[in-house]
Structures are given as structure tokens and as C-alpha cells.
Design a protein around this ligand. Structure first.
Ligand code: ATP
Ligand code: MG
Length: 138
């Protein structure tokens, strides 16, 4: 079933000029890019995006990091896109990520881990709507 997910190339990867390499991987893996934009989140916008994690000990650090510089947000479409993109990203902690995954290759730490991906259909809908209006999905 064709599905959409929200991907982010996080500030650590944008700062290190890895965006082009990551977008190439997205295209090589046959995702359709339905929307893409560069954003510099405010702290409050990062807190809204990661609101499900607000009770976690890493929330303050995560939202400071996510608002520390520009990121690139994308809507990816493919059969089974949510799981497919998370598989390509690899485990949250790069030390546990499989070889060939983006976090294994590009993440610097469990926090500065290069990419984000939605984890379920309901969160994908929320996250896509957080950044894009329906008319922007092409
Ligand atoms: P994402 O939601 O960004 O795709 P994920 O689903 O693999 O990542 P989550 O548990 O949703 O992982 O955590 C969200 C983000 O919070 C992680 O990607 C990482 O940047 C940060 N994070 C998660 N766990 C930790 C931790 N123990 N210490 C520091 N940062 C963390
Ligand atoms: Mg997550």
C-alpha cells in the first residue's frame, strides 16, 4: 500500500553538508519526494513537533538541538514508506545501527543522529500536517 512519511534531515547533517548525499539515497531507494523545504525551527516549534517526548529526560537537549540550525523536511512516498524509511535510517543510537544505514554512516551520537522518520500512520499524518498544507504535496 502506498504510504507517506515525514522525514527530516536534522541540523547536524545539514551543517555537515550531508543533505545532498542523503537526498540521493532517498531517490536511489525509489521514494517519491512529494514535498521538501528548508526550515529553522524555533525552540517552541521543536517542542511542538516532539511533544510526545515532553516527559523524557532527553526532551530539553533534543529540542535545543533541533532548533540549533536549519533542517530539511520532506514528505516521502512509497509502498510501506514508514517502515521502509525507518529501516534505511537505522537504530536511534548509531552504535546499534546496522551497517549501511544512514545513522550508522552519518550520526554523531544518539541525539545528533542525522535523520528523523515518523513511526506510525497517525504520527505521520500529524507530522506531515505540522509542516505542509495539502496543496504543497505534489
Ligand atoms: P526520530 O523520532 O527522530 O525519528 P527515533 O524514532 O529513532 O527518532 P525517538 O525515541 O522518537 O527515536 O527519539 C527522538 C529523538 O530524540 C531521537 O532521534 C534522538 O535525536 C533523540 N533521543 C532519543 N533518545 C535519546 C537519548 N537517550 N539521549 C539523547 N537523545 C535521544
Ligand atoms: Mg521517533
Amino acid at each position: 500500500m502506498t504510504e507517506r512519511t515525514l522525514a527530516i534531515i536534522k541540523p547536524d547533517a545539514v551543517e555537515r553538508r550531508l543533505a545532498g548525499t542523503i537526498i540521493q539515497r532517498i531517490e536511489d531507494e525509489a521514494f517519491q519526494i512529494r514535498a521538501m523545504r528548508r526550515v529553522h525551527l524555533s525552540k517552541a516549534q521543536a517542542e511542538g513537533f516532539y511533544a510526545v517526548h515532553r516527559e523524557r529526560p532527553f526532551f530539553a537537549g533534543l529540542t535545543t538541538f533541533m532548533s540549533s540550525g536549519p533542517a530539511i523536511v520532506l514528505v516521502l512516498e512509497a509502498p510501506d514508506a514508514i517502515r521502509k524509511w525507518r529501516t534505511l535510517m537505522g537504530a536511534t543510537d548509531p552504535a546499534k545501527a546496522d551497517a549501511g544505514t544512514m545513522r550508522k554512516e552519518f550520526a554523531q551520537s544518539i541525539e545528533r543522529n542525522a535523520t528523523h522518520g515518523s513511526d506510525a500512520p497517525d504520527t505521520a499524518l500529524y507530522e506531515i500536517g505540522y509542516f505542509f498544507a495539502g496543496v504543497e504535496l505534489v
